[in-house]
Structures are given as structure tokens and as C-alpha cells.
Write a protein that binds this ligand. Structure first.
Ligand SMILES: Cc1cc2nc3c(=O)[nH]c(=O)nc-3n(C[C@H](O)[C@H](O)[C@H](O)COP(=O)(O)O)c2cc1C
Length: 206
């Protein structure tokens, strides 16, 4: 039995492609693995707070020295980090916004990248503290910015997510793209077809 953490970041509801595809994956996964446990977090509709001065003071001081104010400031972050450790696999629905991730997802990243909890600074360098997890990113994009293509240099979404997840120890990261969604009906249909097929493959192989 595995524990899956499913996170959506689109602010859109029925119109969201990343949300529809991440739900498609989760539904198919549940059919294949009915015993697995699921935790869901909707950042698009229930964003987590941005970090504050008090948050920073709490994150960079030992918990045993925290005043009630500092404990409260870091509480959401503690819950989100606990959620990451509790799950075995992560399914993140993350659109491309302005060549990177939506600010809701960036706010989430700021909450989960925590010194002493998800990464450590050792004499040999940085060490990610989350071990043995897998992440699947399902992304929807209006244009096409595949890495290695002519426009790939504009893609700060996949390289950023691979880097920051790797930084906290999550190095097994896969991507499913639905892109070119705003480049005409034919391109959109082909892209959705290939995303549906990639989801089926991932169900069998992830
Ligand atoms: C604020 C904003 C910024 C966007 N920036 C990009 C972008 O940089 N590159 C791109 O390919 N598509 C961009 N798009 C298009 C979205 O990626 C596309 O509509 C995608 O389907 C959104 O995900 P969703 O369908 O899950 O809501 C942007 C859309 C919005 C609303």
C-alpha cells in the first residue's frame, strides 16, 4: 500500500486541463491500486500563505526557542512538510505560468523547503532530507516550450521543478505534458491525446 499526495495548482476549476489530467491519473491509479491512501491539496482554490518575517525568524531558529507567535507562523509549513514525509509518491498538477510555475505553487515551495526539515547544510554541501519518494508533474501549457526544442530555453518550469525537488531530496521526477493548448484545435487535440496516452503508460510503469 502506498500513500499518494495529490496537489493541484490551477486557479481554474472545470476549465483547467492540468486539474482534469491529474484527476484522470488519480482515478486510473485508484482503480489499479484501490488499497492506496490519498491526500489531496488544492493550492489553486486554497492557496497557502506567503512566508513572512515571523515565518523566516521561526524557520531559522530552533523549535525549542519558539515563542507562541513563532510556533504559529511556522505551523502551516510544518503541516505541509509532514504531509510530504507521510506520502510515498507525489502527483502535482502544475500549469506553466509566465514560463515558470503559478505563484500558488511557488508559495507552496517556499513553505516546504525548510532548513533542518527538508534540507540540511553539511560540510560537504547541501543534502536533501526527503528520501525514496517519486514525483509526477502533470503540466498544461498554452504554448510549446519542450526542453531541447527551439523554444526550450524559455522553459523555466521543468528545470526549476527538477532542481528544487532535487534540492530537498526528491530526485525521481517524471513529467507529463499537455502543451500547445492555445495553438489551434488540431495541436490541442493531438497534445491531449498524447497526454492521455502518457497517463495510461504511467499507470502501468510509475
Ligand atoms: C497568467 C497566465 C500565464 C501564462 N503563461 C504561460 C506561459 O508562459 N507559457 C505557456 O505556454 N502558457 C502560458 N499560459 C497558458 C496556460 O499554461 C494554459 O492556459 C494552461 O492550460 C493553464 O493550466 P490549466 O488549464 O490547468 O488552468 C498562461 C496562462 C495564464 C493565465
Amino acid at each position: 500500500m502506498a500513500h499518494i499526495l495529490h496537489v493541484d495548482a490551477s486557479p481554474r476549476a472545470e476549465r483547467s486541463i492540468s486539474r482534469a489530467l491529474s484527476n484522470e491519473f488519480i482515478a486510473a491509479w485508484h482503480t489499479a491500486h484501490p488499497e492506496d491512501v490519498l491526500t489531496y491539496r488544492d493550492l489553486g482554490h486554497h492557496p497557502v500563505p506567503h512566508v513572512t518575517e515571523t515565518w523566516v525568524a521561526a524557520a531559522f531558529s530552533p523549535p525549542e526557542t519558539h515563542t507562541p507567535e513563532l510556533t504559529e507562523a511556522i505551523q502551516t509549513s510544518d503541516v505541509l512538510v509532514d504531509e510530504l514525509f507521510a506520502a510515498d509518491r507525489y502527483v502535482f498538477g502544475v500549469p506553466m505560468y509566465n514560463l515558470s510555475v503559478p505563484s500558488t505553487f511557488k508559495a507552496y515551495i517556499d513553505q516546504i523547503v525548510r532548513i533542518g526539515r527538508t534540507f540540511a547544510v553539511e560540510p560537504t554541501g547541501y543534502k536533501g532530507l526527503i528520501e525514496g519518494k517519486k514525483a509526477l508533474i502533470i503540466t498544461a501549457q498554452g504554448g510549446t516550450f519542450r526542453l531541447g526544442s527551439e523554444t526550450g530555453g524559455y522553459n523555466f518550469h521543468e528545470p526549476y521543478l527538477r532542481a528544487i525537488l532535487g534540492f530537498i531530496g526528491v530526485t525521481d521526477v517524471s513529467f507529463i505534458y499537455a502543451d500547445g493548448l492555445n495553438l489551434g484545435d488540431e495541436t490541442r487535440e493531438k497534445s491531449l491525446e498524447s497526454a492521455h496516452a502518457a497517463i495510461q503508460t504511467a499507470i502501468a510503469t510509475w
